[in-house]
Structure formats: structure tokens, C-alpha cells
Design a protein around this ligand. Structure first.
Ligand code: FES
Length: 107
């Protein structure tokens, strides 16, 4: 499987969660509830979902319409084959980057 945007690839056993696979690949995905589907900070985007598990009850309840946009919880989604996982930029990093780019524009 491949993690975007860094394009880091890793091979994992079928049934491994995306969160565990990310850790193995050295990709940081935010998480605060130890994988209990409570914090929702581990959201990732998966466009092609045929090689991952179907959303479980907790994902249906917590993500609702976001599931239609390909959003999944990395702690609940299991890898079934080759797939690409898009990891959103960390919020704090995004804020800092936006400020730095704004500062750069003023130079
Ligand atoms: S780690 Fe908290 S919802 Fe996935």
C-alpha cells in the first residue's frame, strides 16, 4: 500500500489497520483515542475502496456522509490489498505553513 502525498509504500498482512500500516511505513497519522473510533483525528481519504474493509458500524455512525467522499477512520479500516491512502496535512502544520506562505507573499 502507498501513503500519499509522501508516496511511502509498505507491505502489511491482510487485515492490518491503516493506522498500524502507517506506523510501519513511518507515516504519522494523528490519533488520540488509541484506535477506539472516538477522537476522529485519524481520518484519511481512500478513493479506491475495493481493497479495504467495508465501513463498520462506528464509522457509519461517526462519519455519516463523509463516507461518500472516501473519508475513513484509519484505526477502523483494514487493508485487504494494494491501495492508496491519502493522509491529510496535520492541522497545526497547515496553519504554520499558511502563515509562512502569507509572510513570504508580503516580502
Ligand atoms: S484513533 Fe481515534 S478515531 Fe481513530
Amino acid at each position: 500500500m502507498t501513503f500519499l502525498p509522501e508516496r511511502k509504500t509498505v507491505t502489511v498482512h491482510r487485515g492490518t489497520t491503516v493506522l498500524t500500516a502507517a506506523a510501519k511505513a513511518g507515516v504519522k497519522i494523528s490519533q488520540r483515542c488509541a484506535g477506539k473510533a472516538a477522537c476522529l483525528t485519524c481520518k484519511v481519504n481512500i478513493r479506491e475502496q475495493h481493497n479495504v474493509s467495508d465501513p463498520n458500524q462506528q464509522e457509519f455512525f461517526k462519519l455519516d456522509a463523509l463516507l461518500n467522499d472516501g473519508v475513513r477512520l484509519a484505526c477502523q479500516t483494514k487493508v485487504l490489498g494494494q491501495c492508496e491512502i491519502e493522509v491529510p496535512e496535520d492541522r497545526l502544520k497547515a496553519i504554520i505553513r499558511a502563515q509562512l506562505e502569507g509572510r513570504h507573499d508580503d516580502d
